[in-house]
Write a protein that binds this ligand. Structure first.
Ligand SMILES: Cc1cc2nc3c(=O)[nH]c(=O)nc-3n(C[C@H](O)[C@H](O)[C@H](O)COP(=O)(O)OP(=O)(O)OC[C@H]3O[C@@H](n4cnc5c(N)ncnc54)[C@H](O)[C@@H]3O)c2cc1C
Length: 382
């Protein structure tokens, strides 16, 4: 599909290298990782060795000082391949930015080089059993005790929850009089911190190779210097970074949906029914024309946002629109495509089945479609 993003020669070279990496290091193994419910740590090290982890981070912290388009390429290629359960984009473009943007120099020097090499895998823990869409309802507390913070509470649905060596945790620091939005702070909690534990991986209908887990903080003690930025600034930091998180989802959904349509076009050309290819039925042609149109609209919008976001513009409402519309479209498209595969589409052997289940989560995490609509409407002054 025609792109309006300014990819340069070096981006194309990077994309080729990353595609080869996927073919060589992921393709053959992904099915067994899905069965295991987790990707091996070794693959994270290989990502790091090849420069595919936090490439945008400055060199002094282990990155390559690359622009956002390198992240876009990694997200797109993982989604197109159907290997979305390798949750590197969360590490690269959602969690590491909290440390890089709001952390102290010491924090950046301490954590980012490991994030770039693959020795430190990241997760972010906002959601709680009673606080999903409503982040202001977060109950996990952090109380200062001398030169430590003491965390108590529970998080759920945390991606990379089992693998993570370092978790950025949102916790309440204000007292009961503090307005909910001013009482949140962000903390860095490392594997092995006393009082920090995790549950069993949560079994899911899709993203099967991705480890999602509950995290528990039971008088969990971390050094005072593990707070990110200012006390009470957590909500503001989260809001600042959600533009990129939502754009990441839209980019991933758009690429996955484009691949669904490509696979389906190949299939309907091959599949013969009633003495003619399935592609020659008007229903098939209409369905494909509808999906191609939706994808063209989505591509144009997503590329526009990639350009604006890379240029540092604030496109909060627009990324919510893309997160809502593109992810909903991708869900519909995966469903329509699977339908055209008939019974074969329902079989694990056919990758379309994986795209179908993996598309389902995109309208739920990083803010549900309904929450996106709330933010869009609020942005319109309603
Ligand atoms: C696979 C997976 C990975 C995840 N990874 C992470 C992670 O890494 N870190 C993390 O912190 N969280 C993560 N999450 C959590 C995810 O962000 C939440 O599930 C999501 O925000 C929704 O919260 P909830 O599940 O509590 O649903 P709820 O908030 O209970 O929502 C239930 C329904 O109510 C609707 N709703 C909510 N509020 C309104 C409203 N005001 N008006 C109308 N309708 C509304 C919702 O849209 C939804 O349809 C993950 C979840 C999953 C399933």
């Amino acid at each position: 599909m025609k792109r309006s993003v300014d990819f340069q020669e070096e981006h194309y070279i990077f994309r080729d290298a990353f595609r080869k990496f996927i073919e060589l290091e992921i393709q053959e193994h992904y099915g067994s990782w899905e069965e295991d419910g987790i990707v091996p740590r070794a693959i994270w090290k290989k990502f790091g060795e090849n420069g595919f982890l936090i490439p945008w981070v400055p060199e002094k912290y282990g990155g390559a000082g690359a622009d956002f388009l390198y992240s876009v390429i990694i997200i797109e290629e993982l989604s197109r391949s159907g290997f979305s359960g390798v949750f590197v984009p969360l590490h690269n473009d959602v969690v590491a930015p909290y440390i890089e943007s709001f952390g102290t120099e010491e924090q950046k020097m301490k954590w980012l080089p490991g994030c770039a090499s693959g020795d430190t895998i990241l997760a972010v823990a906002m959601t709680e059993p009673e606080a999903g869409s409503d982040l202001a309802a977060i109950r996990t507390t952090a109380v200062r005790d001398g030169d430590e913070w003491v965390l108590n509470g529970q998080k759920t649905f945390i991606s990379n929850g089992i693998l993570a060596d370092t978790v950025v945790v949102a916790a309440r620091t204000g007292d009961s009089d503090t307005p909910p939005h001013q009482g949140l702070s962000l903390f860095i909690v490392d594997r092995g911190a006393p009082g920090f534990s995790r549950g069993e991986p949560i079994k899911k209908i899709g993203l099967k190779a991705q480890d999602t887990a509950e995290l528990f903080f039971d008088d969990c003690r971390i050094p005072a210097e593990n707070i990110i930025g200012g006390e009470g600034m957590g909500f503001a930091y989260l809001m600042q970074k959600l533009q990129q998180e939502r754009l990441v989802c839209a980019i991933a959904s758009q690429s996955a949906a484009e691949r669904c349509l490509e696979m389906t076009i190949e299939y309907v050309r091959e599949r013969r029914l009633f003495n003619k290819p399935l592609s020659k039925f008007q229903n098939t042609q209409f369905k494909i024309a509808e999906m191609a149109s939706e994808l063209a609209v989505g591509r144009s919008f997503v590329d526009d946002l990639i350009r604006n976001h890379t240029a540092g513009e604030s496109v909060v409402s627009e990324t919510c629109m893309a997160k809502y519309w593109v992810c909903e479209a991708a869900k519909r498209i995966a469903d329509e495509c699977l339908q055209l595969f008939g019974g074969y589409g329902y079989c694990i052997e056919y990758p379309i089945s994986r795209f179908y289940v993996d598309a389902r989560i995109q309208t739920i995490y990083a803010g549900t479609s309904e929450v996106m609509k709330l933010i869009i409407a609020r942005g319109m002054g309603l």
